[in-house]
Every structure is written in structure tokens, then in C-alpha cells.
Design a protein around this ligand. Sequence first.
Ligand code: G6P
Length: 368
Amino acid sequence: DAAEKGGYEHFMLKEIHEQPKGLEDTLNKRLKDGNIINLDGINMTKKDIEGFNKVYIVACGTAYHAGLVGKAAIEKMARIPVEVDVASEFRYRDPFVDESTLFIAISQSGETLDTLAALREAKSKGARILSVVNVVGSSVARESDDVFYTWAGPEISVASTKAYTTQLMCMYLLALYMGKEKGTIDGTYYAKVIEELKTIPEKLQHILDKEGDIEKLADIFYKREQVFFIGRGPDSGVAYEGSLKLKEISYINSFAIAAGELKHGTIALIEDDTLVIALATQDALFEKMVSNVEEIKARGARVIAIAKEGNTEIEKKADIVIYIPQCMDELTPLLSVVPLQLFAYFVAKNRGCNIDKPKNLAKSVTVE
Ligand code: G6P
């Protein structure tokens, strides 16, 4: 067991540290001649892409959160409307699916029963089925028309980390490919995103090298019984994932919400010393997040902000700022989730929780 953990105390920490490699592998499998995306084995011609009038992304848990970020990427780059749904909801509401629908199932294990059933439902209505899967030859992979594999390697910890970031990488590559074929993005933008994607493993490693800073924060806040996560745009998807990580392994009552929606109810719960983790990595939405932080500070919240290096303005508002390396707004989820994974890990460790096997949870849910 200890040998399998490669010197790490838990599989979760090992897997967090395997993310630079997983991302590099997932990217390299799909790049040829430097910056051409190669979708070999995936049947998706320009004509197919132009024929899709809608995309459904369906998944559960962490994979669903990868879908939220995937939606933003596909809508921005390929200009196709995308709906993201949890598999257990999609199945029971006679969704608008036909031959012009691209159905994307995201699943680490490829064995989640609800995701598999949703896939079968979409298939019976004529959709094209593409899955983003980690386990080669799994049920979801076998029943799909095409598979875009994540190259995360085996994920043992129940709380998913490297599967999530590699799922994001697949979604970015897919969105970029579709946008390029459709002509909704130009060559300069395409090349810029590819070059940035190549820098992500190193930037992620940079965050891991400073994990001691996050450990110190966990030492301060681990006794909390309630934590809120807020963000806008792609950051809201990451807020959901950060919140899920924390509740899964530390049993803290954590809650995530799109920051602009706070004032419609949740802000009623913010009082003196309430801990809020505010993701403010989007240059385009930075000022809006700064005012959200002001609003909650005015009610006494303790705020930890996540921002890009150089955006120091937030230091005047938040109590603590964690910086991630500079990168395009679209791609920050690949980096901003990492401090949240580490925070959840060190908080759970301080609380003495069973990190790799949290109570009541399974790695793969194969029942309804
Ligand atoms: C379970 C796991 C989660 C995972 C979800 C979906 O709830 O505990 O970590 O995100 O299932 O699993 P999948 O294998 O379909 O990605």
C-alpha cells in the first residue's frame, strides 16, 4: 500500500501531484507537429461539426463540474449552445435530443450507472455519442460512438482530482478543434490557446511547489463548520468543484454559488467571521468580483481570494490572497482548482478524516 502511494501519505495527495504529468500526457496524445490537434479515432468531420445544432454534456459529481467548464469553452470557441446536466436528471425528462445533437458523457470510471443510462437514452434518440473517459474499455467507452480518453492514469482516491483536470484538458481540445473546423475562431487565437495549454503543466507544478502555503491556511481554518465558495464565469464551475472536494472529505458544510446570485438569498447567511473562498481569476469579471468581495466583507466575512499573479488590487479587499500563475481567462480552471484541492486535503487531514475513503461515498456509483 505504502509503495503504491509513492511516498505520499494518501492517494489523494499523490494524485494531486500527478496532475502535471496527466495533463501533459492528455495533451501530447492529441497534438501532432507541434500544434495540430489530432482527433484520430474520433469520427468528427467538419460537416459533422457544422451539423450539430446543440451539445448536451451529461455527467455526475466532479465530472459534471468539468462539464460546466466544458460548456463555457465550447460555447465560446465553437459557438454551439451547450446544456450541461446531471445524469440522474437528464434521464427522466424526455430531453430534446435528435440526430443533430452531440451528446458528451464525461466519466472517470466509465461505470457510473446514471451516466450510462443517460447515454443509452440519448443514443436511442439518435444523438452522436462522444465520451470523455479515463478507464479504457469501460462500459461508457464501449457504448459510445467515439471516446476521447483522459490520460490521468488510475485514480484510487474517492475524491477525484487528476481525472477532473484531464477532463478539462479534453474539453478545451475538443472546443478548440470544433471552433477551428467551424471557423468560429481564427488561427491566431487557436495558436495562442495551444501554446498556453502547453505551459499549464509547468504552471500547475509551480502551485504544487508552494503547497506549504495552503497547508498553513488549512491549519488556521480547519475547525470551520461552514464554508462558502463564489466565482463568476468559468470560476463558478471551479467554485462548485472546490466546495464538493471540501465536503466530500472533510464533512464541512460547504456551499458554492455564482457570485452574482449571492444577493438573491445566500448573502443572508454571511455574518461576522463567515469563511468565503472567492475565485477572482477572470480579468473580464475582476471588477465585478471585487465588488462581490466588498459586499460580503461589509457583512463581516473572512475572505480568501484566488487571483492571478499581478492582480494585486484584490489584496485591498480580501483578507488572504492565493495567487495562481498568469494565464488566459478561459484556461484558469486548470490551475485555480489546485489550491482548492490542496485546501480540502489539508483541512481533512487536520480533522483526522479518512481521506481516501470518505464515509458514505463510493469511487464509482453503479446503482441508481
Ligand atoms: C462518485 C465519485 C465522484 C465522481 C462521481 C462520478 O460520486 O465519488 O468522485 O465524480 O462518482 O464518477 P465518474 O466515474 O462517472 O466520473
